[in-house]
Design a protein around this ligand. Structure first.
Ligand SMILES: Cc1cc2nc3c(=O)[nH]c(=O)nc-3n(C[C@H](O)[C@H](O)[C@H](O)COP(=O)(O)O)c2cc1C
Length: 370
């Protein structure tokens, strides 16, 4: 391979993170934890990616200790002795393989439907009882509910540190609970948590502050956010760089160390008149490190490639563009999702120029924990 892949393989250090390179595995829900406990196979799945050279593993979304946090079957919990022991095994195996790992702490909000495990009588909890602007579900949260969830995020972060994780990621993206507060479409509150962006981000700010108090100043705190929502792929929290700055700066000042700016195709510019993508703008506006993501090594994006067509092909697409952007210091790290889900050795194959050995992503890989 003639590409200079150097920028992908530079180490990265920040607080509790000391990463051997700039490649992260993107958080991907796998539904392979019966009883909400991640078992040996889950540990082996993450270990294989660490053995494949990935610098930072970001776990699948794992639910905080609140009755409404979970929205899907067989998702690992981040509370209770058995689940935390399962996570400790994951951490130990990833560390033994030279990787670092952070859990993605998750509350699904109004995505939860009644009937879902662990207690089928528990409804979805959300800012205004809305799954989407025109779709009601579950209950609007009381102040007590809000306080409970904030404390549950803080407890999960504390437990992450105790178990030996290298930091945490808060799932503030894609239309789940934290994002339901950010997004006007699902936040119609008239109290201090609704209305202006300053109010809509208050919930996240209080979580970040509580997490920071729980883990201390030196434990890396990553916030994942997105413009797009699974309820509306065209939704936007910020239409302009100025609006993005207003959104990001308070979060940065509250204690976010790294922003993980989720977009579906990393090469797409965020605002007209500039090539910068969402992570690029985030780094420029906040001065904080940023992780980008979206269709690395794939021909089709997350939505069309995963859920609409049989196969997304072309294992190597976009690597040259990625390296060029990283060389220019547009963002600090890149998260890779489906390419690594399909092929645990994707990164070493890219590094060694073994393009034809890379397994192209196929939807079938979603059905196994290989
Ligand atoms: C099967 C699957 C599960 C996912 N689960 C999560 C999740 O739990 N949390 C999250 O923030 N994003 C989740 N995502 C989105 C990915 O983290 C990533 O942003 C997306 O797949 C785009 O990256 P890619 O094109 O490299 O796959 C998921 C994606 C897939 C394919």
């Amino acid at each position: 391979m003639s590409l200079n892949l150097g920028p992908l393989f530079e180490p990265f250090s920040l607080k509790s993170l000391n990463l051997r390179n700039r490649v992260a595995m993107a958080p991907m829900t796998r539904n392979f934890s019966p009883g909400n406990v991640p078992g040996e196979e889950v540990a082996a799945y993450y270990r294989r990616r660490a053995e494949g050279g990935v610098g930072l593993l970001i776990t699948e979304g794992t639910t905080i200790d609140h009755p409404g946090a979970n929205g899907y079957e067989n998702v690992p919990a981040f509370h209770g002795e058995a689940a935390l022991a399962g996570w400790k095994r994951v951490v130990d195996e990833v560390h033994a393989a030279g990787g670092q790992i952070i859990p993605q702490l998750w509350h699904v909000g109004a995505v939860r439907k009644e009937g879902m495990e662990p207690d089928p009588t528990v409804p979805g909890f959300s800012p205004s009882g809305l799954y989407a602007p025109d779709k009601a579900n579950g209950k609007a949260m009381t102040q007590q509910d809000i306080d409970d969830v904030i404390q549950a995020f803080a407890q999960a972060a504390r437990d992450a540190k105790t178990v030996g994780f290298d930091g945490i990621e808060l799932h503030g993206a894609h239309g789940y609970l934290i994002d339901q507060f950010f997004w006007q479409g699902t936040n119609r509150r008239e109290d201090k948590y609704g209305g202006s962006m300053a109010n809509r981000q208050r919930f996240a700010l209080e979580i970040i502050q509580a997490v920071r108090d729980a883990v201390g100043p030196d434990f890396a705190l990553v916030l994942r956010f997105s413009q797009w929502k699974m309820q509306d792929y065209d939704a936007k929290l910020a239409e302009t760089p100025e609006a993005l700055e207003q959104f990001l700066m308070p979060l940065s000042e509250a204690g976010v160390d790294i922003f993980h700016a989720s977009q579906r195709r990393f090469w797409e510019s965020e605002f007209a008149g500039s090539d910068l993508n969402l992570a690029g703008w985030t780094k420029k506006l906040t001065g904080k490190p940023a992780i980008s993501v979206g269709s690395v090594g794939l021909a089709e994006d997350f939505v069309s490639g995963t859920f609409m067509s049989q196969q997304a092909a072309v294992a190597q697409s976009g690597i040259d563009e990625l390296v060029t952007r990283m060389q220019a210091d547009e963002f600090d790290m890149i998260a890779v999702g489906r390419a690594l889900l399909q092929d645990p050795e994707w990164l070493v194959k890219v590094r060694d120029g073994r393009d034809s050995d890379i397994e192209p992503f196929a939807k079938k890989s979603l059905t196994t924990l290989a």
